[in-house]
Ligand binder design. Sequence first.
Ligand code: FEO
Ligand code: CA
Ligand code: CA
Length: 635
Amino acid sequence: MTTPFPDMEDSNDSTNPDIHRISSPSRRQVLGGGLGALGVQLLAGLGLSACATPGQGTSTAIGFKSVAVNTLDQVTLPEGYVAQVLVPWGEPVGLSGEAPAFRWDASNSAAEQAAQLGMHHDGIQFLPLPALGTGLLIINHEYTDDGLLHRDGMTTWSLEKVRKSQAAHGLSIVEVAFQEGRWQAVRPSPYARRITANTPMRFAGPAAGHPLLRTAADPRGLTPLGTLNNCGSGITPWGTVLTCEENFIGYFDGPAQPDAHGKRWGLKRGGAGYRWHEHDARFDATRNPHEPNRFGWMVEIDPQDPSSVPVKRTALGRAAHEAARIVLTKEGRAVVYSGEDARFEYIYKFVSRDRVQPGGAKANQHLLDHGTLYVARFDANGRGQWLPLIHGAHSLDAAHGFQDAGDVLIKSRQASDLLGATKMDRPEWIEVDPQGWVYVTLTNNSNRGVGDAPGVDAANPRANNSMGHIIRWKETGDFDATRFEWNHLVLAGDPQQSRAQAQGNIRGDAFACPDGLWVDSRGVLWIQTDIASSTLAKGEMSGLGHNALLAVDPRSGEVRRFLVGPAGCEITGMTGTPDGTTVFVNIQHPGESPSERSDPAQPRKYSNWPDFRADGRPRSATLAIRKIDGGVVGT
Ligand code: FEO
Ligand code: CA
Ligand code: CA
């Protein structure tokens, strides 16, 4: 496909010596960007801190002894650390007057589930409330395993079960406090909230009210219901949270022959098997063809105002969004990085037109409605370009199927195809470190170079990329730059296994299928893995054990394994307290079978974590991890 942007592949004046090997981050030029003075001020107002510049002093940034690979049904941590299980699926979130206890036979009703923590914890953010001495955990519940969620799985199916499944999706906002050496949920709490697949929301930004967002139930296209498949999330400097709607299309039953738009977004008969459409026509796309267009957005939530209506920010584009990493330019414009976790999809960034204002959520309620959305192209010479998705420019016009700005945002995949953006190996989380490196995990892509699928390219250099990799770049200038220089932090995998190419700028413990990322206040990069249950500890993954959490020393590039999860889980979101003495880490889908679905007749077959009851069932949960001596986690 031709692209309207100049090809940079022939340029040979890059300062990047080799895209696969480059000096450690601390030896690279430090960008003058970062949050800037305004951002630091805003964060300080929230009780959050901007990243300190690492590399000072002589001690290594990671002081714990690496945990050995294992396949135990438990959480393994380094010596000197303790983990507390907090807010598992089914615990009451703390709504006033409602505290339905979790029933171990999974017989809680849909209404009870709507007052309890949802299932399958994913992205997590911590918002301190310094005046109260407490804080809010804002937790995504990515999806449900209906074999565990209902007493008899899906053998019978009803509207009540659909409603329970929908109630176990979305987010939980839980107030937590550290008292007498333990973290505890504050119940009841005026901040406690469940947001589900049926919570009233509104659209804002250029696509709000667009004809493709209108349905019979919402003829103005302004008031969607609910959020789905909430994977990663990000916290804004003004105190709100952006939650991402990832694999939303799987909830819809499509026609046998979808149109070109439906096909491009993966709409198909039966979807991913949730069977909601059998009792809720909203998810029958043959009857409500625009309903799928109302998902795939980033949703902004004000966790400090439980009565606030969540807003789907259309200016940030529609995609199977995995992550939202928000940074500020020196002059205070908001930049939102996000990837799309699907094979051969794209990496995006949004740059706000206006500057962030002091005054919290209210003062910035329109900030994410005006700006420019870009998609990334990685060129073979180690340089890259951000391609703007602007209606009327670069062939994004009516002649090419884009009637207006809303069309471009709703069909961002098609627009990115037309611009010649780089098709990536499933972009998952995005993080930014104190040196200005932007990291993206590319978890894996077994279809790369297979059959008619796209072949390898410089940014995605392995065919049948079962192990994944991490790419990183620095913007040429501030975070709103349109050009960047990139390289690979690592091509993941165990060099002892079949992947001789498992090499990079880091050394130490091996891992595969990187997914979650978090940079702590000291600049340590934490990597969470998501090896699929079907391949965990088998074949070329046999040396890697269960999914794990690893830390990368920002100066030496050394990687050490910090945590190994229980059977069948993946390690998902991570955040921490501003003082660094507690990190919160989510354990998702413990006990998932190799076929990635549980058997309701044998719920404990693969794991009984974390409760280990004779009548229990495995539950996703948040871990609060601390050093026994009260020090900073990771030191
Ligand atoms: Fe929800 Fe891409 O992991
Ligand atoms: Ca993920
Ligand atoms: Ca994943």
